[in-house]
Design a protein around this ligand. Structure first.
Ligand SMILES: Nc1ncnc2c1ncn2[C@@H]1O[C@H](COP(=O)(O)OP(=O)(O)OP(=O)(O)O)[C@@H](O)[C@H]1O
Length: 940
């Protein structure tokens, strides 16, 4: 309570002294290690949001005294204190006094008043943009002013409003929505074309993609402790849409296009639940005398994704978020940590093999889908792999261990995936059946429908009979004729026969077996409280249905996220509404908990939540991506879920369509300039990539550019992002070149004149059409990998390029030397190393090797080379055992040469060179004989 004082001035002085004392007390807490759980600023009035740029500049401040002074200022601002004598408003054109600057000795802290939505209220907050010398202030102000030009009048006026409690300035709140942007800006037209308003300056807009972090005890300690910020992820400020999903209490389906924050939302939700659980536990322990162990109180959360890179990223992200709140001392951890982690921590033999008695320290469990299945296999009854004599060769007690070397080698070499199906099965099938059928389409029908669909789940033997397949295809509006489907079913039968003969299996067999065992034995092991499944478009219905057994919290426990436009996994055909119906039919209804299938019940259980704001890239790229989505809607409405066009608040440079000046070997001349072919120096950087359709084109391009550029197939780039992307010869190498002609007709429907208007279009088989759908999805994935610049270079002209040109969403550019030079952004060794680590996580050893070579890291370069050879040996084991052994031998020697004894021993062991295997470090060999060197590296 305020003390009675003789004069008003006296009261203010006392209050001021009290507030200042609180500020000092808050800062005092950071003299020692933070308590970690303290939520700072209980008495603070303002939410302070720090930008990424501020964090970087702060780290560069030269003295700890200066750092404390800046933090002192931030704390004062958060308490509502404002300098009274100094002028703090920056007057500029659009920002109307919402921009302020505060002097701390010889630098200025630049901040603005903004509005963010929290728990239904729109609140004023302080955004700290940067800290800099006075001379740099005008540049930032100009950039911010350009951003504020996009804001609505109402928004700016509300930011300007002031409110006071005594001498303290306090934030204002409104319980109605405030439109953030002017309705006519590009930011809100999203995918719609506005030919006149493209900004060609992309760099100034990147401020709008900036992450902001709420000022907290963790962040203050982190800023003061001087660790470099790379190893800690603080929860950043989410968008309103993201917050709504994180706060949504029921099971739900999150649908959003690439870069719209799906993974972010899943991770934040998981993290928020961890925190709430932690707080609840602490309260419980404080109030009761119960001495329950952590093992009993653990919150069992499971995060699953197919993609090993994403899995690794999420794992890291979660542990760094945890560190940010636990205040662990990270300064001792070096940058090498990540590399060692791949190499050593993943080798760790203590990672659980099954769902029996998982130690609490392993939660939240972040797994790839395959690891999840293998753990289930080890959990229940007789292993699926016991039916294979080769797998049975391992000792019985080891067989229940998914890390057993023999078992791992078996799995690695005997699983039939699409690549194996097309290379080792397809060529040997009856040509009468395979003629005019695409292996890709056939594999998808087998894996997604005959063996992997919802009906197959209920069917005897786990697969559809011919009759069921034919009639089911009618119902799901298949593009295939009955005759084509009959042939596909015959191919399926032939494939199954050969597979059994070869002693091989596919993922669908494994999943069917798990389903049978789950049904018969039931699942009575670690039951999950919450399950998060990302990139769900990469799973078949039957694969998704496995999750119902490990979590019974159907009402609140499931969060699925995905995007059908990115469904390019070979063998998976997927729509979001199908998993929604799967969820009601198979998950919730099976539980008997909901009793009826009425629509109302469905709504109560869950809903599809959309994310539409893109955080990765700018509107220029999004318009191009949306044009591809529009085509999928038009030609293949059944293969995609409808979503509002994505929006981006950043209006960036239009993608560029490169044209050669003459007709000579285009890529060759391009690579000479662009990749410094002759100079042998690297100038295309670690944040730039050439994307190509397939391995064939990739090898061709790599042959020309060597180590001077990163080259990836579109399948390989899924889940990765780069500053700049060059899409090379996508249309020229298309297997359905003719089908793209369909676009001329489409252009006519849009009243876009095409030079081929008068053409008579051929009739294309439905099967070929389906391939076109796959092409469009590939194109979409390629476009959405870029953050800034997107260049298209094709050796042939395609109607798609015509469409883009006519719509004005690309700009034409002659490939002259000046432009080529502007494309190059060389990278530092550190940046190459960072990119190399990312490739290592996804076992892309070839690209990782290039990165480490460019980073001048010979140890890791050799490591990647050896791993690449070992992976090659695996692939060739059946097709060409001799070359396979040769590669394995080379790998063994390389591992040996860099002291990777255990890896070398494993290679020699596989080569049956036991003497050599024994020569290597024997202590680790014991481990390696029964435990695979790196479970994740080979079979994630
Ligand atoms: N509110 C936000 N503010 C700033 N950046 C954000 C925000 N939300 C997400 N991001 C960033 O946007 C990028 C894309 O986010 P995320 O990976 O979660 O999207 P996604 O929908 O899962 O993408 P994809 O489907 O391509 O994997 C990430 O770099 C993420 O950190």
């Amino acid at each position: 309570m305020r003390q009675v004082s003789t004069s008003k001035k006296g009261v203010i002085h006392e209050d001021l002294a009290r507030v200042l004392a609180q500020v000092e007390a808050e800062l005092d807490k950071f003299k020692d290690l933070p308590d970690g759980d303290t939520i700072l600023f209980e008495k603070a009035k303002w939410k302070i949001l720090l930008s990424e740029n501020f964090r970087t500049s702060f780290k560069k401040l030269d003295s700890s005294e200066m750092k404390k002074l800046v933090l002192n200022l931030l704390l004062r601002l958060s308490f509502g204190l404002r300098p009274r004598k100094r002028k703090i408003d920056i007057v500029c054109e659009n920002s109307k006094q919402i921009l302020k600057h505060f002097r701390v000795r010889d630098v200025y802290v630049l901040c603005s008043i903004d509005i963010v939505k929290d728990s239904g209220l729109c609140n004023q907050v302080l955004k700290i943009w940067d800290i800099m010398p006075l001379v740099d202030v005008p540049v930032l102000v100009k950039r911010l002013d350009a951003i504020y030009a996009l804001h609505s009048e109402e928004y700016l006026s509300r930011c300007k409003e002031k409110s006071f409690e005594g001498f303290l300035e306090v934030p204002k709140s409104w319980d109605c929505d405030v439109a953030h942007y002017k309705s006519t800006t590009n930011a809100e037209t999203g995918g719609h074309h506005r030919g006149d308003a493209f900004s060609e300056n992309y760099s100034s807009d990147s401020l709008m993609l900036m992450k902001f972090y709420s000022l907290s005890s963790g962040i203050i300690w982190h800023l003061l402790s001087g660790c470099d910020g790379q190893e800690v992820d603080f929860p950043f400020e989410l968008s309103d849409q993201e917050k709504e999903i994180v706060q949504f209490g029921k099971s739900s389906f999150v649908l959003g296009r690439s870069g719209s924050g799906k993974t972010t939302v899943l991770v934040m939700k998981l993290f928020q639940r961890e925190q709430l659980h932690h707080i609840a536990l602490r309260g419980y322990h404080e109030q009761s005398d119960a001495v329950e162990t952590d093992e009993q109180n653990v919150l069992k959360q499971l995060f699953v994704t197919v993609n090993p890179r994403l899995c690794h990223f999420v794992k890291q992200n979660i542990s760094r978020l945890k560190r940010s709140t636990c205040g662990w001392n990270l300064s001792a951890e070096s940058c090498e940590f990540d590399l060692e982690e791949i190499d050593e921590t993943f080798l760790s033999s203590d990672f659980p093999d099954s769902f029996v008695d998982i130690p609490s320290s392993f939660f939240p469990l972040v797994l790839t889908f395959k690891k999840f299945l293998l753990m289930l296999d080890c959990t229940m009854g007789v292993s699926f792999f016991d039916r294979f004599p080769e797998a049975r060769a391992c000792q019985p007690e080891k067989r229940k261990n998914s890390k057993s070397l023999t078992l791992q080698t078996f799995i690695r070499t005997r699983e039939v995936n699409y690549e194996k199906f097309s290379s080792s099965y397809w060529p040997y099938m009856n040509v009468k059946l395979t003629k005019r059928v695409e292996p890709f389409l056939c594999f998808t029908e087998i894996t997604s429908h005959i063996k992997g669909g919802l009906l197959a789940l209920e069917a005897a033997g786990g697969h559809l009979s011919r009759e069921d397949y034919l009639s089911h295809s009618e119902r799901r509006l298949s593009y295939l004729t009955e005759q084509e489907r009959c042939r596909i079913y015959d191919i399926y039968l032939e494939y199954e026969k050969s597979k059994v003969k070869n002693g091989e299996f596919d993922l669908a067999d494994f999943v069917s077996d798990i389903h049978v065992r789950l049904r018969v034995e039931g699942y009575n092991f670690a039951e999950m409280d919450f399950v998060y499944i990302d990139e769900i478009q990469d799973l078949t219905m039957k694969q998704i249905a496995v999750f119902k057994h490990v979590c019974r919290n159907y009402e609140e426990g499931f969060l699925f996220a995905g995007d059908t436009a990115q469904a390019i996994s070979k063998g998976v055909e997927f729509r979001f509404k199908d998993i929604r119906s799967l969820f009601y039919k198979t998950f919730a209804m099976d539980s008997g908990r909901f009793g009826s299938t009425s629509t109302n019940t469905k709504r109560e259980i869950s809903d599809v939540l959309h994310l539409s704001q893109n955080f990765r890239t700018h509107a220029g790229v999004l318009r191009l991506a949306q044009s591809v989505i529009d085509l999928i809607y038009h030609f293949f409405p059944n293969s995609i879920d409808e979503l509002n066009p994505e929006t981006s608040h950043v209006n960036g440079v239009r993608p560029v369509l490169l044209k050669s000046v003459d007709n000579r070997s285009v890529f060759k001349s391009m690579s000479e300039v662009l990749f410094a072919g002759q100079k042998k120096s690297v100038e295309f950087g670690a944040e730039q990539v050439v994307l190509v359709r397939n391995e064939e084109v990739k090898n061709d391009v790599l042959g020309q550019v060597g180590c001077c550029a990163l080259v990836l197939t579109i399948l390989e780039c899924k889940g990765l992002e780069f500053e700049d992307v060059l899409l090379y010869n996508f249309f020229g190498s298309s297997p359905v070149v003719d089908q793209w002609e369909l676009l001329h007709g489409y252009m006519r429907t849009l009243n876009i004149s095409s030079p081929h208007d008068e053409c008579h279009f051929r009739h294309f088989s439905d099967e070929k059409l389906k391939l076109l759908c796959h092409e469009l999805k590939l194109l979409y994935v390629a476009i959405t990998r870029t953050r800034q610049r997107f260049w298209i270079f094709d050796e042939s002209w395609s109607p798609m390029l015509e469409l883009w040109k006519c719509k004005g969403i690309v700009q034409l550019q002659h490939l002259d030397n000046e432009f080529l030079a502007s494309m190059r952004v060389p990278s530092t060794p550190e940046a190459w190393k960072k990119r190399g680590r990312k490739f290592l996580h996804v076992q892309n050893y070839e690209m990782a090797r290039i990165c480490f070579k460019n980073a001048a890291e010979p140890y890791w370069e050799t490591y990647c080379q050896a791993s690449e050879l070992r992976a090659k040996a695996d692939r060739l084991r059946i097709l060409n055992p001799q070359i396979s052994q040769h590669h394995l031998f080379e790998a063994a020697e390389l591992f040996d040469s860099i002291g990777k004894d255990e890896s070398a021993a494993q290679c020699y062991f596989e080569l049956e060179e036991y003497k050599k295997a024994g020569r290597t470090n024997f202590s680790s060999l014991n481990l390696s004989l029964c435990i695979i060197h790196d479970f994740h590296l080979f079979y994630p």
